[in-house]
Unconditional design. Structure first.
Length: 276
């Protein structure tokens, strides 16, 4: 199949459609319509692979290797950044995403690094119908979990993650610091995650059940994402409810004790195995 044919097969419309009231769009099902072709093709401008690799360093590699993990399921592959980094470091990676266009881009990005991704098109809420086997670790990165607007969807997805892990598996899941955005307004160091120096990612509207972000690119194009603003302790509580025994939280890749300088992002490492 030619590249042009693949694009026609996978790509949704090139224009996002939020209807007459964009702020009213607060449902999980809409996320696939948000990642239209034009947005996906610009996504790597937003994250800037080289700058992101420098800012993260070996954080995720060291967490996984330090716990002896080898098989990793990347459930929010996007354009493939973390899957590629982990493959380069010798991990056995399976790459899943709910947006087929993202997976197509990820596969091509991996090929550009002389790597082959094992990809699965899957919805987190029914993850184990499409992804088979048990994994040492699951990663859900890039603020992706906030695409779930309904609490039942969040609980169901976490239960699916839990079930896909081995008995001593770990889940690494991240989020924007929505506590800071909701309580104090938006600010950013523009150092982590979205590192493209010619791209801006800022909230257009925020309330307790919606964070609508606008992404502006050098050519003047604008795209939007409607996300649920997860508070840190709320997500930690969901992780405990589904059965994770220990949860370690980091703010911008540093251990978080609640008193640190306000981070842009939180990363939670949730361990399935019970420890005394």
């Amino acid at each position: 199949m030619s590249t042009d044919t693949q694009r026609r097969t996978f790509a949704p419309d090139s224009t996002q459609d939020y209807g007459e009231d964009p702020q009213a769009v607060r449902n999980t099902e809409h996320y696939q319509k948000e990642y239209v072709r034009g947005f996906v093709e610009k996504w790597d401008e937003l994250i800037d692979w080289e700058a992101r690799a420098q800012s993260e360093g070996r954080f995720f590699v060291d967490i996984l290797a330090g716990r002896g993990k080898k098989s990793v399921l990347d459930v929010a592959t996007g354009t493939g950044f973390h899957s590629v980094q982990l493959l380069k470091n010798g991990f056995d990676v399976t790459s899943a995403d709910g947006a087929a266009e993202m997976l197509a881009m990820a596969f091509q990005n991996a090929a550009d690094h002389d790597l082959v991704l094992k990809t699965v098109h899957a919805d987190w809420r029914w993850l184990n119908k499409d992804v088979h086997g048990k994994f040492d670790a699951i990663i859900c990165l890039g603020n992706s979990f906030t695409h779930l607007h309904d609490e039942n969807d969040r609980r169901r997805a976490l239960a699916e993650f839990y079930a896909a892990l081995k008995h001593d598996g770990i889940l690494i899941i991240d989020q924007r610091n929505y506590d800071g955005i909701l309580d104090d307004g938006f600010s950013t160091k523009h150092k982590y995650y979205y590192c493209g120096d010619q791209v801006t990612a800022e909230p257009e509207h925020v309330d307790e059940s919606l964070a609508r972000f606008k992404y502006t690119f050098p050519d003047g194009s604008e795209y939007f994402l409607n996300m649920f603003p997860l508070r840190k302790n709320y997500l930690r509580g969901l992780l405990e409810d589904v059965g994770f025994q220990q949860i370690h939280t980091y703010g911008d890749f540093q251990q978080s004790d609640g008193d640190e300088e306000t981070p842009d992002f939180f990363i939670h490492v949730a361990e399935k195995e019970y420890a005394e």
